[in-house]
Ligand binder design. Structure first.
Ligand SMILES: *Cc1c(COP(=O)(O)O)cnc(C)c1O
Length: 370
């Protein structure tokens, strides 16, 4: 039986359950898809740069030809955008997820250790397990507004530690990790410290540690086009780290994963400063509107956020599942956080919408909470 040959670790995996789509909710609840508000997946509610459509059409006649594995125009634009030299940047064609995977491919032998403070982005764990890594959990401390418990990281470092994931702003809690603590961790180990900055554009400038990827030789900073650039569906992410690591990762990542269309999308997005600035500023404004609106409900504990989503603890007697279900019936999709390891309470994550969606969502919420 072929099944006997399947790796044990693979057999323990369950199929990934993605966030609910508008189409699914429309079908199940008999709601017009245009009336559905999707605040579940931290996407950009304003979409992507309007210039992208024409640029894609221009590229289509070339899609029978393989893409260049490294597109010099894209590298130049990314270099300008991040301030890092091109040789220090690696772009992934399955988003930042591909860069996470590449770090595992070059660093993890069976039984090597990966430190993950939880609750956090689940992709780190999934990716690490595939490569046979042992996961050592550290924690974002629930009793202390989910601040990183830096000792829980430091105490887990051994000579088998290969990668430490630090998500800042952290998904799903929304808070940043203190600079001093990140520095302490970097200086305590030779392991690769991955600083995940997927949401950094929504944070205060002083929290942006992208240049640390050049300052230390064991730091990789992750960034993405999925959030502020509104290109989640096109799957483009990148990492900034020392040249040697970029070189190794380029040897093992899927060669042509960054498609011609993805390259065009990324270049156009980087050149459209107007859309970028508006997307960032309106995103922050939307978060503020939601934060102020949510705080008015005394049955909700609302956590401050430096990202494009807000963590909320539901205290009106409903489980997080029931709370999400009530919203679904009314056409609003948010994220139930019970699947995040390290979050056993009643937590939900609410992403920014357009200003109109924010207002409607807050109205609908009155129905449920009050
Ligand atoms: C969305 C997200 C990413 C980026 O994912 P992509 O694969 O680029 O879409 C990375 N890290 C965190 C914490 C995220 O939430």
């Amino acid at each position: 039986m072929i099944d006997n040959n399947i790796r044990d670790i693979v057999k323990t995996f369950k199929a990934y359950v993605p966030g609910k789509s508008k189409e699914e909710i429309a079908r199940n609840y008999g709601i017009n898809p245009n009336d559905i508000i999707k605040l579940g997946s931290n996407e950009n509610p304003w979409g992507c740069s309007p210039k992208i459509k024409d640029e894609i059409l221009k590229e289509i006649p070339k899609i029978h030809q393989y893409p260049e594995p490294i597109n010099p125009t894209l590298m130049e634009e990314l270099s300008k955008f991040t301030g890092a030299p091109m040789e220090n940047i690696i772009v992934g064609g399955d988003g930042a997820d591909e860069v996470i995977d590449a770090t595992m491919r070059i660093l993890i032998d069976k039984d090597d250790e990966v430190i993950i403070p939880i609750p956090t982005f689940t992709q780190y764990r999934i990716s690490a397990l595939i490569y046979g890594a042992k996961i050592k959990y550290a924690k974002f401390d629930k009793e202390n507004d989910f601040k990183l418990d830096v000792d829980s990281v430091l105490n887990n470092i051994t000579n088998k530690t290969k990668i430490i994931f630090l998500c800042s702003p952290n998904n799903p809690t929304g808070n940043i990790i203190d600079k001093k603590n990140i520095e302490k961790i970097i200086n305590s180990t030779d392991a690769l410290v991955v600083i995940d900055h997927a949401y950094i554009e929504y944070s205060k400038k002083e929290y942006d540690l992208t240049d640390w990827a050049l300052k230390y030789d064991n730091v990789l900073v992750l960034r993405t086009f999925s959030k502020v650039f509104g290109l989640a569906g096109q799957r483009i992410g990148y990492g900034i780290t020392n040249k040697k690591l970029v070189d190794y990762m380029m040897r093992v990542k899927p060669i042509f994963s960054l498609t011609r269309l993805s390259q065009i999308c990324a270049i156009t997005a980087l050149r459209d400063k107007e859309f970028f600035n508006k997307s960032k500023n309106d995103g922050i404004r939307s978060r503020e509107i939601l934060y102020e609106g949510l705080k008015k409900f005394k049955e909700l504990k609302v956590y401050p956020s430096e990202a494009n989503y807000i963590l909320v603890e539901v205290k009106n007697g409903m489980s997080s599942g029931e709370f999400c279900e009530e919203l679904l019936k009314r056409g609003v999709i948010i994220r139930d956080c019970k699947s995040f390891e390290g979050l056993d309470g009643e937590y939900v994550r609410i992403a920014i919408g357009t200003f109109k969606e924010d207002r409607r969502f807050l109205e609908i919420l009155k129905d449920i909470v009050e």
